[in-house]
Design a protein around this ligand. Structure first.
Ligand SMILES: C[S@@+](CC[C@H](N)C(=O)[O-])C[C@H]1O[C@@H](n2cnc3c(N)ncnc32)[C@H](O)[C@@H]1O
Length: 286
């Protein structure tokens, strides 16, 4: 798949997901975004750029910390996500954010105009992410920082899902995904540089960063029920599988997942899943 077709697919998937993205009784992107913001410590008055801001899981907490003298810009390739972020900022009474539909791989923004670039679970969607990182280094003022998250990728797990799902989602179902979304292909195309900390550090340094820190830390994902998790899974990367599964196989997978996830609950309590997440932070080298 060429880059433009890939981006159209990603845009369509997130436009379709936007209305329910990060809702439906599952907590994942919000706690991860908050943690990324904690790790990058935005300060009052700083200028923040959030790449692939979605509904604002990192943008809005960062905007709170930079305060009225700071400026936060969220960009996303999916217009429906930008609309959702705008509503969410208004709902929370946050008025120091600006939102723009923009391809995060080629941000059309002035050099040296930000103190902090963020990207939670978004830089992983950029076909030429390493080239984009070099552009982000150029957008940062002296001493500027970057912080982003990614899954802790492994080749033998289902794309975007923690290892516990490897048992629950037969890898044979991958035949319904376009070939370019098979884990091996995805890996080769997009993610191989993220897998080994040494490669990732080298990529960051090559892109113009120093003081690279890579920390793997689980996010405690919580879902009010197995059904809530399955409904939520239609709003993230797994949407690509659901979209391509024939109806009967989708129904079988749905009931299998709901049964297995509900079995993890303590009575009426939530389903709790520890999801490994990689936090990468660095400073622009000058
Ligand atoms: C998994 S969501 C993460 C959203 C948000 N950062 C969060 O933590 O909830 C990935 C986001 O990246 C956006 N995205 C993917 N490719 C992009 C690109 N080339 N430029 C800008 N945004 C992109 C998607 O539209 C989507 O909103």
């Amino acid at each position: 798949m060429d880059t433009a077709a890939f981006k159209t697919k990603v845009t369509d998937a997130f436009n379709g997901a936007a209305a329910t993205y990060d809702r439906l009784g599952v907590e994942f992107f919000t706690p991860m975004g908050r943690r990324l913001v904690e790790r990058t410590s935005p300060r009052p008055g700083e200028r923040v750029l959030d790449i692939g801001c979605g509904r604002g899981a990192t943008l809005l907490p960062a905007a709170g910390l930079i305060g009225p003298t700071g400026r936060a810009l969220g960009i996303d390739i999916a217009p429906a996500m930008i609309d959702e972020a705008r509503h969410e900022a208004a709902r929370q009474g946050i008025d120091n954010v600006e939102l723009q539909v923009m391809d995060g791989e080629h941000p059309d923004l002035p050099a040296g105009s930000f103190d902090l670039v963020l990207g939670s679970y978004s830089i992983i969607f950029l076909p030429q992410a390493r080239a984009a990182l070099a552009r982000y280094a150029g957008l940062l003022a002296d001493g500027g920082r970057i912080g982003f998250t990614s899954p802790v990728f492994t080749r033998d797990t289902f794309p975007f899902l923690p290892p516990m799902f490897t048992e629950l989602i037969p890898l044979s179902l991958l035949r319904h995904l376009p070939e370019s979304w098979h884990p091996e292909q995805l890996h080769r195309q997009l993610h191989s540089w993220l897998e080994r900390p040494a490669d990732l550090t080298a990529a960051m340094e090559q892109a113009g960063f120093t003081d690279v820190e890579i920390v793997d830390e689980p996010v405690s994902m919580s879902a009010v029920s197995g059904e809530a998790w399955v409904d939520w899974s239609h709003t993230q990367g797994m949407r690509l599988l659901w979209q391509h599964l024939p109806e009967d196989e989708a129904a079988t997978l749905r009931s299998r997942l709901i049964g297995a996830l509900d079995a993890l609950r303590d009575g009426d309590g939530p389903v709790l899943i520890e999801v490994p997440v990689r936090y990468v932070t660095a400073t622009a080298a000058r």
